[in-house]
Design a protein around this ligand. Structure first.
Ligand code: HEM
Length: 512
């Protein structure tokens, strides 16, 4: 017994010593990292938010920032420290640090220097490569190749097509599902932008359901190994959605490969498929398999991009207009003025429909779908900027450090946006600071689909507001709430991969 007791004691001393040594090592690494960034003020936590655990845990002071912190804290942490660059350093699972940036000139410097100085930290993009490599999660020559392949898809001709298709979809919605209804009630605005459609033969989910589930359950799909995906109902649902999406994409590729009709072949997917045709490949380029094509496709043609980012931005625009009836009326009067004969707007009207574009931009400023754009520093360097007192400061950046372009930090920075929490679409009429608007990132790696999203946003808002008045749905359980409480409730948002409204119940009343 004594022997066992001794060995137990020895064992606990051993374990205790290992733990203490590890803790000491982490602490020393943490101190070294702080010294490397010259103790730039900022967040200090035990756990890093970029780990799997960090993604799941709620924000807890000193323990974890929470992956949502960019959205939740906005410009607050910069204002607190009086400087538009702050640091975020954590010590577990290893000493990890990054700099968060909300200064226009520093951001311009980063996005306009070629990939070699401030490349994307590709390790942080693994979450986006669940179907394979793709344009967003690539760098250097690989990225150049993708960008060359997708470029023809983003033509002026296709922008016109986006406008025509969007207006047609909206008019069809009014003439079919909404026909004969004075008021249309939508319990969550995202359901409007994801209208249900029929499940095609050979499928178990609609394309939209599969897409929505895959993006919502992305963390699950990545964390849970394939063999365990049959264990619970929600795992099985995620697995089914993932398989269905893969099936849909394969079918879409085959359709494009088989279609000889020019009209069917001028979208992004078609340009990828056609660039992969044997006769269009440059010498030495290898033809991709369907699976590889799916990987290359997934981000730019669907998932977050085309679809969800724009849909969410529109949902927030609806909510903001509903909460500000005076601005909604101003927008309506503006549309009536541009389309004085009551005709349906065409693509050529877009430059005149400035108020619609301004509302879309203001929604994107206040609710940027992508809250953090990661970069890294490939060399030891410095940034120079002025602090809150106008004093010039130099920030030392060691090679290899992660840099985060903090989009809400920039969009709510009062230095660039007067009264940043107020919904003021008119700030986007006339002259505005384009460098302080980062919803589409910027520079060489800015969003390739920006013009498409802007076209779709302006078209949806114009058609909708010209025929309907948007308001927030009255619900008995919220009868006693004040305007501010209602605003906070309906504008509540969650940032997983992109920012989405939590629950946004709306009413669309037909104009008389
Ligand atoms: C409101 C809607 C949209 C927003 C807010 C948005 C935002 C962004 C952001 C922030 C990035 C940079 C991501 C990073 O560096 O990690 C990006 C990249 C990209 N976006 Fe979008 N996007 C939108 C819509 C679209 C649409 C409609 C398309 C395609 C039709 C698209 C295609 C792309 C592509 C291809 C890239 C990668 C560009 C590159 O790395 O060279 N986006 N987008």
């Amino acid at each position: 017994m004594i022997v066992t007791g001794l060995s137990l004691e020895t064992l606990s001393i051993l374990v205790g010593s290992v733990v203490a040594l590890r803790a000491l090592q982490l602490f020393l690494d943490f101190r070294r990292l702080l010294a490397n960034i010259h103790h730039l003020p900022g967040h200090r936590t035990i756990l890093s938010s970029s780990t799997v655990l960090g993604r799941l845990l709620p924000p807890t002071p000193l323990l974890i920032l929470g992956h949502d912190h960019f959205w939740l804290l906005k410009h607050g942490p910069f204002a607190e420290r009086g400087l538009d660059i702050i640091s975020a350093v954590a010590c577990w699972p290893k000493a990890m640090g990054s700099m968060l940036i909300a200064d226009v000139n520093v951001i311009k410097d980063i996005v306009w220097s070629r990939g070699e100085r401030f490349p994307k930290p590709l390790g942080q993009y693994t979450v986006l490569t669940f179907f394979g490599e793709n344009i967003i999660a690539s760098e250097g020559n690989e990225w150049k190749r993708y960008r060359k392949v997708v470029a023809p898809g983003f033509s002026e001709k296709n922008k016109r097509l986006v406008w025509d298709a969007t207006t047609q979809i909206m008019l069809d919605l009014f003439d079919t599902m909404w026909a004969g209804q004075e008021e249309v009630v939508v319990n969550h605005s995202v359901d409007l932008t994801f209208p249900d459609d029929v499940i095609p033969l050979g499928h178990q989910l609609t394309f939209k359901d599969a897409l929505r589930t895959v993006t919502q359950d992305l963390t699950l799909t990545i964390l849970v190994p394939r063999w365990a995906m049959g264990l619970t109902k929600s795992f099985r649902r995620a697995r089914l959605a993932f398989d269905e999406l893969h099936r849909y994409l394969t079918e879409m590729i085959h359709e494009r490969q088989e279609s000889k009709d020019e009209e069917d072949n001028n979208d992004l997917l078609s340009s990828l498929v056609s660039a992969n045709d044997n006769e269009n490949l440059s010498k030495g380029e290898v033809r991709l398999s369907d699976s590889e094509l799916i990987g290359k496709l997934q981000f730019q043609t669907l998932a977050e991009h085309d679809y969800i980012t724009t849909a969410h931005a529109l949902s927030f625009a609806f909510a903001l207009l509903a909460l500000h009836p005076d601005k909604q009326e101003e927008m309506y009067q503006h549309i009536k003025h541009v389309l004085s004969d009551g005709r349906i707007p065409t693509y050529d009207d877009m430059p005149s429909l400035t108020y619609s574009s301004a509302v879309f931009n203001e929604a994107l400023r206040m609710f940027p779908p992508v809250c953090a754009v990661p970069k890294s520093s490939a060399e030891d360097t410095t940034f120079t900027l002025t602090d809150v007192n106008g004093t010039l400061k130099t920030v030392v950046v060691p090679k290899g450090l992660d840099l985060i372009l903090d989009v809400p930090g920039l969009h709510y920075n009062p230095k660039y946006w007067e009264d940043p929490f107020a919904f003021k679409p008119e700030r986007f009429l006339g002259d505005w600071n384009r460098d302080a608007f980062l919803a589409f990132s910027g520079g060489y790696r800015g969003c390739a689909g920006r013009k498409f999203a802007e076209t779709e946003g302006a078209a949806v808002l114009t058609i909708l507001i010209s025929q309907y008045i948007i308001s927030i749905k009255d619900e008995p359980q919220f009868a006693g709430e004040t305007y501010e409480q209602r605003k906070a409730r309906v504008l509540d948002a969650r940032s997983m991969l992109t920012l989405a409204p939590t629950r946004l119940p709306l009413v669309f009343r037909r104009r008389t």
